[in-house]
Design a binder for this molecule. Structure first.
Ligand code: PEP
Ligand code: MG
Length: 574
């Protein structure tokens, strides 16, 4: 049987090994209700609603008491919705019009959720999901809801696959039975993901719709660190993941306890562990993760759902919002990385046969100097105003030395930019993600203040394997010795020119590769928010002098599997 691999976004770290269970719930629609709605006695039905509301209230209080502060806040919001007058007045109106309490509640919830969703604003859309969530809790009490029952009685070792799950659904899952969750929708920072993390349930979101067609009961691995789902994995993959899962379980508990403390290796070398942020919603989890700053802010989110480029003032406000969550720590902001897999509706991105090899990242910005200038202006002002320790500007998709020179020239035209750079408040760095940039790192390093390795693209371009094509995405492994060799070359250039070399590709979010990265000489790691505590813990278990020997061996390997085996051996010794 051939292995099927699906890529998504890592939303809750950990490895789940089990069997697929495809969950297709009934939707919340009023017409699903049966004929019981005839001849309701209004006073009795109203009391039934009040009784259900009181029970849900107690349930939410209990859940909030058991949860940590961030999760408790979700339940507090749900209590506010539960006691919202608009909701109870609507229920009452429907009961007086002749509906039973169940139908009246369902109707009122659907109306309220719809009216919020129609406001077309991200904030209200998420409130609409909360309203549906509260509605499900009420309906569970009113109608002994079968959805809650189904989720509470899933088979053991379930890898649960669904289009979407609500916070309500997650609280009904039994962590003894569910080992991982794969979703089509949702986002790493949605309430669902926050709850999954608080339950220690690995989760991947943003999977392709094909996963809903998978058969039940297939052997599956859910990798919540790299954001992957393997179905019918081969023996080697299975064994390697069994090993990773067991190890992770052991050290997750200890890692979370020390998430807010600095990560220092066994031979006393401090290693900043920073966080990657993709959008506004990421902020909440990222700021509570214990990260020592932001290693990558993907600014493309500023343009999503917009019909014009935000001006410098608006961009500054958005960056300051991020900065306020990371006082006295560095904030690395990547220049807009447009093109490739990040097309935009309103900007003139040309139709290209190979967008990944086309007008992408800095190439695009140099073709549209006004976009580059606006962003640089916002970032220079950020360096003046932000409460962070320094602002680092990261140039994406550099493939030529001349691109860096031209960006430097554009920056030099900004008032105060030179002075801010000299004082260290503002830094400029190259995202090393194209092989030519890695090979010429010794020519780039003297021009800039830092390098950051983007393994997602570096692996895709080194191995000529499209990262968004599931048929070849697995080939694009950053563990491949070819990728490791150019990473080593990049680090060496940084060392010679005495500038820091970081890594911000997803590869660094896997705690098991930390010894390899530190052994290669990488000095800073930037990872997805759910992995910060785990990666810090891995740093604390690493001895850099020993890790160097491991890296030397890895660089001599011919295949990624050999590097895997080396890392396994290290793990076994720990
Ligand atoms: C990378 O390529 O590794 C990277 C960090 O950028 P992105 O994933 O946004 O292309
Ligand atoms: Mg990239």
């Amino acid at each position: 049987m051939t292995t099927q691999i699906f890529s998504g976004l890592p939303a809750s770290p950990g490895i789940g090994l089990g069997h697929t269970y495809i969950y297709r719930p009934r939707t919340l629609l009023p017409q699903l209700l049966g004929p019981e709605d005839a001849q309701a006695a209004p006073q009795e039905e109203w009391e039934r609603f009040l009784e259900a509301r009181a029970q849900v209230d107690q349930e939410l209080v209990r859940l909030a008491e058991r949860a940590d502060a961030m999760v408790a806040e979700i339940f507090l919001v749900h209590r506010e919705i539960l006691h919202d007058k608009t909701l109870s007045q609507a229920v009452r109106r429907h009961i007086q019009a002749g509906l039973h309490a169940t139908a009246a509640t369902q109707q009122a919830i659907v109306e309220l959720a719809q009216s919020l969703a129609e406001l077309g604003d991200e904030y209200f859309a998420s409130r609409s999901a909360d309203v549906r969530d509260v509605g499900q809790r009420l309906l569970a009490h009113l109608s002994k809801d079968s959805r809650a029952h189904a989720l509470a009685h899933l088979p053991r070792n379930t890898v649960l696959i669904a289009e979407e799950l609500t916070a309500f659904d997650i609280t009904h899952l039994s962590p003894d039975h569910v080992v991982g969750i794969g979703l089509l929708n949702s986002a790493p920072t949605a309430h669902t993901a926050i709850l999954a993390r608080s339950l220690g349930l690995p989760m991947v979101c943003g999977l392709s719709p094909e996963v809903l067609q998978l058969p039940f009961g297939r052997l599956a691995i859910l990798d919540g660190i790299q954001g992957r789902l393997f179905v019918d994995p081969d023996q080697e993959t299975l064994e390697s993941y069994q090993d990773t899962r067991d190890r992770l379980r052991r050290f997750r508990v200890r890692a979370e306890e020390h998430a807010q403390e600095p990560a220092i290796t066994l031979d006393r070398i401090p290693v900043p562990v920073q966080v990657n942020i993709n959008n506004r919603q990421d902020l909440l989890t990222a700021s509570g993760s214990g990260a020592d700053g932001v290693g990558l802010l993907r600014t493309e989110y500023l343009l999503r759902d917009r019909d014009a480029l935000p001006d410098a003032q608006e961009q500054l406000a958005a960056y300051l919002e991020v900065a306020r969550h990371f006082p006295n720590r560095p904030l690395t902001v990547r220049l807009l990385d447009l093109g490739g897999d990040k097309p935009l509706a309103f900007l003139p991105v040309p139709q290209e046969p190979n967008p990944f090899l086309g007008l992408r990242g800095i190439r695009y910005l140099l073709h549209h100097p006004e976009i580059l200038r606006t962003q640089l202006e916002a970032l220079v002002r950020l360096a003046v105003e932000a409460p962070v320790s320094q602002v680092r500007i990261l140039i994406p998709m550099v493939s030529k030395v001349s691109e860096v020179r031209r960006t430097l020239a554009a920056l030099a035209e900004m008032p105060r930019a030179q002075e801010l750079r000299r004082s260290g408040r503002l830094r400029l760095g190259v995202l090393v993600e194209v092989p030519s940039a890695a090979v010429l790192a010794d020519k780039l390093a003297p021009l800039v203040d830092f390098l950051s390795i983007g393994t997602n693209d570096l692996a895709q371009y080194m191995l000529a394997a499209d990262r968004s094509n599931s048929a070849v995405a697995a080939l694009a492994s950053a563990m491949d010795p070819s990728v490791l060799r150019v990473m080593a070359q990049t680090v060496q250039a940084g060392q010679v020119h005495e500038i820091p070399v970081a890594i911000c590709g997803e590869f660094a979010s896997d705690p098991s590769v930390v010894p390899l990265l530190l052994g290669l000489g990488i000095g800073e790691l930037s990872v997805v928010a759910p992995a910060v505590a785990l990666v810090k813990h891995a740093v604390r278990q690493t001895h850099v002098a020993q890790a160097r020997r491991l890296a030397e061996q890895a660089l001599r390997c011919a295949r990624a599997q050999e590097v895997h085996r080396l890392l396994e051996r290290i793990r076994a010794q720990q």
